[in-house]
Design a binder for this molecule. Sequence first.
Ligand code: SAH
Ligand code: SF4
Length: 387
Amino acid sequence: MSTPLTPDVTTIPRKQEPGLPNLIGMTRDQLMQALADVGTPEKQIKMRTGQVWQWIYTKGVTSFDQMTNLSKDFRALLSVNFQLSRPEIVTRQVSADGTRKYLLRIAGGHEVEAVYIPETNRGTLCISSQVGCTLTCTFCHTGTQKLVRNLTAAEIVGQIMVARDDLEEWGKPPGDKRLVSNIVLMGMGEPLYNTDNVRDAMLIAMDDAGIALSRRRITLSTSGVVPEIIRAGAEIGCMLAISFHATTDAVRDVLVPINRKHKIAELLQACRDYPRLSNAERITFEYVMLKDVNDSDADARRLVRLIKGIPAKINLIPFNPWPGSPYERSSWDRIEAFADIVNNAGYASPIRTPRGEDIMAACGQLKSATERARKSRAQIAKEIEGK
Ligand code: SAH
Ligand code: SF4
């Protein structure tokens, strides 16, 4: 593939405004309360909340001055009490295949990545939910990152907002004509270790008077935090993807260590109980293809038996290597043979073409450059023990 491996956009770090509460990331109720707290007259609160919400989430304004249907005095009141702050784009890299990887800086100087993947009939933004990840799936680069904190709701919905800024998307009606038509929570972090903030951010993104993404265009991927899957179904209602990756507890215990706590049977029961499942709303099972580890015909047959009765689609992900990774990608023949078995059992089994490989934007490769400190094997083992 040709070029650009160097960032095409680099921003000089801007200091985040300290202190003032950020209106971005507040739920409608929180926004209403915040406006009340600074003295908005009671009978105006509902209207003002609607107006401010619309400026932020349909027009994408970045300053209070742009909220031109609000009186000067009210804008001044807002600007002395609040900020409107998004993550800052530190670098943007554009892959030869059109994939865009954003390195974003958030409060505390932390960095996270978001990846935009254009396709013919949709555009998907892959967003992060944590800086790093406390889980230690052995094939995943993010799991080796040391520093971890949960992203705030503002930082999560803010990733959608900066992508929309960059793609000049504000003001466009919802639907598949949009560049960012779909969201996947498949970047850095385990979204269900940060359920409240992920929920608030997604409810903001789904709000009809704002970004207005349909819940069916949002997919949350989890390694299998079973109790939180139940909550996500009830409180977010988005589509669910499970990082499955193995068909026996013995293998899954190693690849996806949270399996030691929530075994395959328990995980699949939570899937069966997930609300609104139908042929139109299927669970995606992600399955990373690791040579000689989980890619045999017997695995494919076991997989089909395990998920029997669950409306499902199997997403086969050729392993994306990273420096020092302990696995190899299965051969294409092997991946296709595996896909055929799953397919013949009646499940769609697309093989995910790696996107943005030249810029390390593919699944599991995300990890911020400033935080590359690798955990030691001993530390990983200790953390697994502690779970
Ligand atoms: N923590 C969540 C979401 C982020 S990972 C989860 O684990 O589901 C998004 C997907 O990429 C998961 O299915 C993950 O297992 C997969 N993945 C991680 N590392 C990978 C790699 N090196 N190659 C291919 N897929 C990988
Ligand atoms: Fe965390 Fe998901 Fe990577 Fe596992 S696969 S380490 S849960 S980001």
